[in-house]
Design a protein around this ligand. Structure first.
Ligand SMILES: Nc1nc2c(ncn2[C@@H]2O[C@H](COP(=O)(O)OP(=O)(O)O)[C@@H](O)[C@H]2O)c(=O)[nH]1
Ligand SMILES: [Mg+2]
Length: 311
């Protein structure tokens, strides 16, 4: 008999929004039949970069990522692409407010049948948020979106992990003091494929652009060099050149960057599997060793003295 998740997949592929929403929840929560369903999903992206293309946006809270996402959605819609947006918040299980803000900013696309917006929070994930993001992107791929944009809320390790799902990473910073320093510390130079200095309607943007250009120039790694742009997402200024740079990076991935892209996708697939393994092991440990867990909580056992599955 066809499972519930399989039935939802069929309806989601046929374009039914509510089926897609329920399916994503089942994948996020690892419903009983979700793994079997995902095992039958063959993302187009497994074969070639750019089908769909997956753009990740990261940067400090308030930099304008959601406002920029809205501009990217508009640009994609202008060329007729169907767009999925995944807003990921690994920072706190309680920050529904940030996601709500994102949804409000993307409101003008809410009724567009070519746009699907979904948020994923840290609630109940125990570190499986990258796994959930990867699987949700695979689902959006399988149901036929041409472009997927993954926005994360901050620039911690969790966010950088989520960015591994993306083909092209856009780092959004602002001229506000300290952003460049933060960029260096958080390793954003290493993950950025394109830099945006947003809020260029405020003073200091040009200085930060030059600072980032210098940092990219000094980065000795071979391959793609991240271009740096000044934008005002809220005014819609400077967006075109960024869209062109995203296109250029997508073309690079299909050509010289192809083997780098393949290595990156391979790593992401392995990591998603290991995340599933880890989630299962945690769940099994909690279920199997309740008595020992009570001792651990009470301080009668040490973590190292707890039972573990033999390797
Ligand atoms: N002055 C100015 N404000 C902006 C710009 N882009 C976004 N904002 C504002 O900055 C705030 C945070 O934007 P948001 O897109 O939610 O940032 P996120 O947290 O990075 O997603 C909002 O009040 C936006 O209206 C910009 O280009 N210039
Ligand atoms: Mg946001």
């Amino acid at each position: 008999m066809e499972s519930r998740s399989h039935a939802l997949l069929g309806r989601a592929i046929a374009g039914e929004r509510s089926a897609l929403a329920r399916l994503i929840s089942r994948v996020e929560d690892r419903a009983a039949d979700a793994d079997d369903m995902m095992a039958t999903v063959h993302p187009r992206r497994a074969r070639a970069p750019g089908e769909p293309r997956v753009i990740g946006l990261t940067g400090p809270p308030g930099a304008g990522k959601s406002t920029f996402t809205d501009q990217l959605v508009a640009a994609a819609r202008a060329r007729g692409a169907r767009v999925g947006v995944v807003a990921v918040d690994p920072s706190s299980p309680f920050s529904g407010g940030a996601i709500l803000g994102d949804r409000m900013r993307l409101d003008r696309h809410a009724l567009d049948p070519g746009v699907y917006i979904r948020s994923l929070s840290a609630r109940g994930h125990a570190g499986g948020l990258s796994r959930a993001a990867c699987q949700v992107v695979d689902l959006l791929d399988a149901v036929g979106f041409d472009e997927v944009i993954v926005e994360t809320v901050g620039v911690g390790q969790g966010e950088l992990g989520v960015m591994e799902v993306a083909d092209t990473v856009l780092v959004v910073l602002t001229p506000e003091s300290g952003d460049s320093v933060q960029a260096m510390k958080a390793g954003l130079i290493e993950i950025a494929d394109v830099f945006v200095v947003n809020k260029a309607d405020r003073p200091g943007a040009e200085a930060l652009v030059r600072e980032l250009e210098l940092a990219v120039h000094l980065d000795a790694r071979p391959g793609w060099k991240a271009p740096v742009f000044a934008t005002s997402a809220i005014r819609g200024e400077g967006i075109g050149p960024v869209v062109a740079a995203l296109d250029a990076h997508a073309a690079w991935l299909r050509d010289e960057g192809r083997s780098a892209w393949e290595a990156r996708r391979a790593d992401a697939r392995v990591r998603t599997w290991l995340d599933l393994v880890a989630e299962d092991a945690r769940a099994a440990a909690l279920a199997d060793w309740g008595a020992e867990l009570a001792d651990l909580r009470a301080g009668r056992r040490s973590p190292a003295g707890m039972p573990r599955r033999s390797p």
